[in-house]
Design a protein around this ligand. Structure first.
Ligand code: CA
Length: 411
């Protein structure tokens, strides 16, 4: 996602909607300095893993070659334990992930890969807009893969930290992928936790679900968009995708509606939702695509959505409802539909990536050292925002929203 680097599937981005953890924005890879004792401990660990790796199907010669000059990167262990002090509201998250830029880029990708996407839909039953929306959120259409060498990151996490059993499986899977000739070792870079490629699959997910759609004998999710798009569709199909069905739609809640206790898993029939007074956002009656859960990520006074089975398939891609909503909404935008109709309950809406870059430029003009203008409001950008908010007599919370942008713009 142009929120590189990407998070691993299924565990670390286990965030709740409405208070999304923004650890992606505090990333900055620092020079890797390893003490001799850390290096020795790592080498001892790698020597111990040689035998379980062989049992997991990694040829000893491959294991030796791939671990020969490996140094640990202990920064990834810190990532595993990182507890962000900063959470961001859902409206900031969506404003950055589903902005005009990503909709335009996605439409270009739909046109560019039309033939492949048509074949993918015939094979897996997943429509082009959904596949391209996943691609856009996962890797910004192949532009942001993460920059951690996979063997180094997964080797380090196999020998350090609290998830070693989990990461060893991924480490061995990475080696099997290389051994199978699918992707070269030096091409395998990704998130600090090992998600890689266009679709940000973990190595074991790759082994289960990646497909060689162009039939060249390799399943390549790094340099082959055709394989990647088909693999995404295959993932969704295996996660229970129903062809021709919508993920859900925005609804309007009746006044005084109590959203507490509702959620993705509290499924009711459309007849029940209708009886409780829900209509589509445009006021038309609810359409029936099976039982549905209600998502109201900002409570009863913000946007609300009824979600069907296909939303759960999207959700299983990364186990976060905010993430699922980003993909679902982006897919709708790619179908030509409009923005979310109900405003978020805030007087300071979020910023698109273009607006974040503009804000960063305005901060630099005022002498703040915020690093690169990258559209990601990391630690230094937030500190600069906070300083400006204080100077301007605004609430000093370090958050980049429309208020601070408009104020700095008009100064
Ligand atoms: Ca291939």
């Amino acid at each position: 996602m142009s929120h590189p680097p990407l998070f691993p599937r299924h565990f670390s981005r286990s965030v709740t909607i409405g208070a999304l953890v923004l650890s992606s924005q505090v990333h900055g890879q620092t020079a890797n300095t390893v003490s001799p004792s850390d290096q020795q401990a790592f080498e001892r660990c790698l020597a111990e893993l040689a035998s379980p790796a062989a049992q997991a199907g990694v040829r000893p010669s491959i294991y030796e070659k791939l671990t020969q000059n490996l140094a640990p990167d202990l920064s990834v262990v810190q990532k595993l334990d990182y507890q962000p002090e900063f959470t961001t509201p859902i409206w900031d998250y969506l404003a950055g992930l589903v902005d005009a830029e990503r909709v335009e880029d996605g439409q270009r990708m739909l046109a560019q890969h039309r033939d492949t996407l048509r074949k993918v839909e015939q094979e897996y039953g997943v429509d082009p807009e959904t596949v391209v929306a996943v691609w856009g959120v996962e890797s910004n259409f192949g532009q942001s893969f993460g920059s951690y060498p996979l063997l180094q990151a997964l080797g380090t996490l196999s020998c350090n930290g609290r998830r070693q059993t989990f990461f060893r499986k991924e480490f061995y899977a990475t080696m099997r992928i290389i051994q199978g000739g699918h992707i070269a070792a030096e091409r395998l870079v990704g998130s600090w936790a090992g998600a890689f490629g266009h679709t940000q699959f973990m190595p074991t997910t790759f082994e289960r679900l990646a497909v060689d759609f162009d039939n060249d004998g390799r399943r390549d999710l790094m340099d082959n968009a055709t394989d990647a798009l088909a693999s995404t569709a295959n993932f969704l199909k295996k996660a229970g995708w129903r062809s021709g069905q919508p993920w859900g739609y925005e609804v309007r809640l009746p006044d005084g509606f109590d959203t507490s206790g509702e959620g993705r898993r509290q499924r009711r029939s459309i007849a029940q939702w209708t009886a409780r007074g829900l209509v589509k956002a445009d006021g038309s009656p609810l359409s029936d695509h099976g039982t549905a859960g209600l998502l109201a990520p900002a409570g009863p006074n913000g946007p609300a959505f009824l979600v069907f089975r296909n939303f759960n398939a999207i959700y299983s891609y990364n186990a976060a409802e905010s993430y699922g909503l980003a993909i679902a909404h982006l897919s709708d935008r790619l179908r030509g539909r409009g923005p979310i109709a109900t405003p978020w309950p805030t007087d300071d809406p979020g910023l698109s990536r273009a607006e974040r870059r503009e804000l960063q430029g305005l901060l630099i003009l005022r002498g703040h050292d915020i690093g690169e203008v990258d559209g990601m409001l990391g630690q230094r950008s937030r500190a600069a925002i906070e300083a400006e908010q204080r100077r301007l007599g605004l609430e000093a919370n370090g958050r980049g929203g429309q208020k601070i942008l408009r104020t700095l713009r008009s100064e």
